[in-house]
Design a protein around this ligand. Structure first.
Ligand SMILES: N[C@@H](CCC(=O)N[C@@H](CS)C(=O)NCC(=O)O)C(=O)O
Length: 265
């Protein structure tokens, strides 16, 4: 039988949500992954399928129908592939959705912080993100104070948040940000660390995130080039494993293509 095609960018957190769900179901093979290089102009044939939008992931069903938006595709996969990961009880499913509803502001705060180029804004941005972590902590203490996950196992909320917890390694590296070791964050820290460690979420590593997102730390997102550079840190070649770790100080001298191992020195 023909498989649906998932057009995706390998390190994209929104795509990783779907990879986690498929891993939880043991059904990674039921989808064909088609890799898109974010540093190159988008293929017109794919643009025609998406009616001009460029954000990925995009799912193409065997009959040509298209679905966009990671949360939409996540729910679709959960409904059509194998046993549902979503909670069976309607109230619990609503609780799961309440937590998932918080992902947009959380994601935004972390990305704005890594891309920020004004050192005076670091403090307010840190406070904003800590406030959002505290809100997650409160929610988890409300719903499952003594547990690790939102419920008894990794579910949809974990599939949604874990890719962001892993992307926020770029805050650890470039902003020296981590959760304080205080009671205010203990519950969300337990959740975050267990999500990061779970076997179904191992599609990316800290080294990969830190190296690929160097350009974000200079304020250039989505494969855009920082001033003076000719190769994006998101380039597929040279492979990130063969490149050195970028400088941590995002306000210090910017690394060149050669410093980053993107072109021969
Ligand atoms: N709301 C979208 C966001 C997807 C998104 O921003 N994807 C990024 C990659 S991580 C992307 O495709 N960027 C390239 C572009 O928008 O052209 C979703 O959840 O699917």
């Amino acid at each position: 039988m023909d498989k649906p095609i998932l057009y995706h960018i390998p390190v994209c957190p929104f795509s990783q949500r779907l990879e986690i769900l498929l891993a939880l179901k043991g059904m990674t093979d039921s989808v064909r992954f088609s890799v898109v290089d974010i540093t190159k102009p988008r293929d017109p044939a794919l643009l025609a399928k998406t009616r001009g939008t460029t954000a990925l992931p995009v799912l193409e069903l065997p009959d040509g129908r298209i679905l966009k938006e990671s949360l939409v595709i996540l729910n679709y996969f959960d409904e059509v592939l194998g046993e549902p990961v979503a909670r069976a009880d309607p109230y619990e499913r609503a609780v799961e959705r309440m937590l998932i509803q918080k992902e947009g502001a959380f994601t935004m705060a972390g990305y704005i912080m890594v891309m920020n180029q004004d050192p005076d804004q670091t403090g307010p941005m840190r406070d904003k993100l800590l406030g959002l972590y505290a809100d997650l902590d409160d929610f988890l203490r409300w719903q499952n104070p003594d547990g690790t996950f939102l419920f008894d196992r990794v579910g949809l909320a974990e599939a949604v948040f874990t890719p962001m917890f892993k992307r926020f390694w770029f805050l650890d590296y470039y902003e020296d940000f981590d959760l304080p070791d205080t009671a205010d964050y203990a519950r969300v820290k337990r959740w975050r660390d267990a999500c990061i460690a779970h076997e179904a979420t191992q599609q990316v590593s800290k080294e990969e995130i830190v190296k690929l997102y160097y350009d974000y730390a200079l304020g250039a997102g989505n494969g855009a080039l920082p001033t003076g550079r000719s190769v994006s840190s998101f380039a597929f070649t040279p492979d990130w494993r063969d490149r050195p770790w970028p400088p941590r100080d995002k306000y210090g001298p910017a690394a060149s293509d050669a410093d980053l191992g993107l072109v021969p020195a």
